[in-house]
Design a protein around this ligand. Structure first.
Ligand code: GDP
Ligand code: MG
Length: 438
């Protein structure tokens, strides 16, 4: 895989005491080959390599104590840049207006599934979504949307398969207005390949109704093709963002790396499985880590050193010792972890952790709600002065816009994290005290 190949390149660099210009050149040649094999767009590779080389050959690296790490750091930073450094989720209109999202993409890309996933997420945030069946070509398409809609508890609007998609979309918006719904997903038809009829149909919808966002769904497994599809859709009908599906598979990462750079449009979400809960915001930085395959201790230190300043780490360690770690600390720790690329990433880097974690089961998705939950707590609850009683749980859940089960899950996760952080703080503290991590 791409990460294996890059790992090899970095391993070679790491064993060097001093890094010469030739080392960098040689390494970049291999990085280039690895990226191309991973189906990253050629132009993107070229400018990427140039950006990394320019920085890596500079004095900064040659004088660095640990040149291999410097190169990894630069590669990682350039990858972040390529994919856009921030998370870009869809911003919906205020609830008294109807946000219309047109889902488009090739057949099998995941439009119908993703529409239901999104509807579900926004429903949980208090929006009133409507799924609209505008794929009138595939016989089973309407039924599929209805099944998905039922699973996530979101109504589906259909007029059967003998109306024009534009007419269905228009009627659906009227229906939404009448029923005080505020989020409409138009599930359009795809084709096996980019096709004039499909583009015309989408363009017609866009010209005649007020589409807030045109969202393109592409299959990450199709690599370079995904990028070409994104370019074509963007040129022909204009897209606002991309959803990359099937990132749970053994994808080569090429699409994720190239789409933003080639189209200028952000990746909004990542499809992580067939289940209707398997949708995550797209974290460019995590994706970069994943591509780089940073599953080792050295990178952990590298990242940890960048993100956690020593002062804070010490302070936390004291807290763990005194077992006074509370929700405020948890919040702070979450921010630190985010900077480091997520708790899942971090755990995978800890020696022996991945096998332990099999029993503990970290839910990456649940990692997104803690902040909202903590924010719904009173100051006394946050610092553990007031225990979270059942009635408090209910209030917190309501405040955070989540189910009570979610609060329970979080409280359990909090306890687990407390334990984990304790181990981690031991590691970090140990490093400081003994001046080495081994
Ligand atoms: P559409 O033709 O674009 O509407 O695509 P569908 O929504 O029907 O999805 C096609 C297939 O891909 C279905 O079997 C989905 O379950 C599957 N699928 C969609 N998104 C994902 C994903 O993120 N991961 C995985 N593994 N499968 C997905
Ligand atoms: Mg479909």
């Amino acid at each position: 895989s791409l990460s294996d190949k890059l790992q090899n390149v970095f391993k070679k660099l790491r064993s060097k005491g001093v890094l010469t210009e030739d080392d960098v050149k040689e390494a970049m040649k291999e990085v280039k080959r690895a990226l191309l094999e991973a189906d990253v767009n050629f132009k993107v590779v070229k400018s990427f390599i140039k950006a990394v080389s320019d920085r890596a050959v500079g004095e900064e690296v040659l004088k660095g104590l640990n040149p291999g790490h410097m190169v990894i750091k630069i590669v990682k930073e350039e990858m972040d840049k390529l994919m856009g450094s921030d998370v870009t989720e869809l911003k919906l209109l205020p609830s008294n207006e109807i946000t219309v999202i047109m889902m488009c993409g090739l057949q099998g890309a995941g439009k119908t599934t993703t529409a239901a996933k999104l509807a579900y997420q926004f429903k949980n945030k208090g929006k009133k979504p409507l799924l609209v069946a505008c794929d009138v070509y595939r016989p089973a398409a309407i039924k599929q949307l209805q099944i998905n809609g039922e699973k996530v508890g979101v109504p589906v609007f259909t007029m059967g398969d003998n109306h024009k998609p534009l007419d269905i979309a228009k009627a659906a918006i009227l229906h939404a207005e009448k029923n005080h719904m505020n989020l409409v997903f138009i599930d359009t038809a795809g084709r096996l390949h980019v096709d004039e009829d499909m583009m015309d149909e989408l363009a017609e919808i866009k010209e005649n109704i007020n589409v807030t966002y045109t969202v393109l769904t592409v299959d990450a497994m199709t690599g370079q093709d995904a990028v070409n599809v994104a370019t074509t859709f963007n040129d022909k009908i204009g897209i606002d963002g991309v959803i990359l599906t099937k990132l749970d598979g053994d994808t080569r990462g090429g699409a994720a790396l190239s789409i933003k750079a080639v189209t200028g449009k952000p990746i909004l979400y990542a499809g992580m499985g067939e289940k209707l809960t398997d949708l995550e915001p797209f974290y460019p930085s995590r994706m970069a880590s994943r591509i780089l395959g940073m599953g080792d201790v050295e990178s952990l230190i590298e990242k940890a050193q960048n993100a956690i300043d020593d002062e804070k780490a010490k302070e936390m360690e004291q807290k763990f010792r005194k077992a006074s770690f509370d929700f405020n600390d948890f919040m702070e720790q979450m921010d630190q972890l985010e900077k480091m690329g997520g708790i899942g990433d971090l755990l995978s880097m800890m020696p022996g952790m991945s096998s332990q974690m099999k029993n503990v089961q970290i839910d990456e998705d649940a990692g997104k709600k803690p902040k909202a939950i903590i924010q719904s707590m009173t100051p006394n609850e946050r610092c553990l002065k007031d225990p979270i009683s059942p009635s408090r749980k209910k209030r917190i859940a309501d405040g955070a816009g989540v189910q009570i089960a979610e609060v329970n899950r979080f409280l359990k996760q909090f306890e687990q994290s407390k334990k984990m952080m304790k181990q981690m703080s031991g590691m970090m503290g140990g490093k400081k005290r003994h001046g080495g991590f081994k």
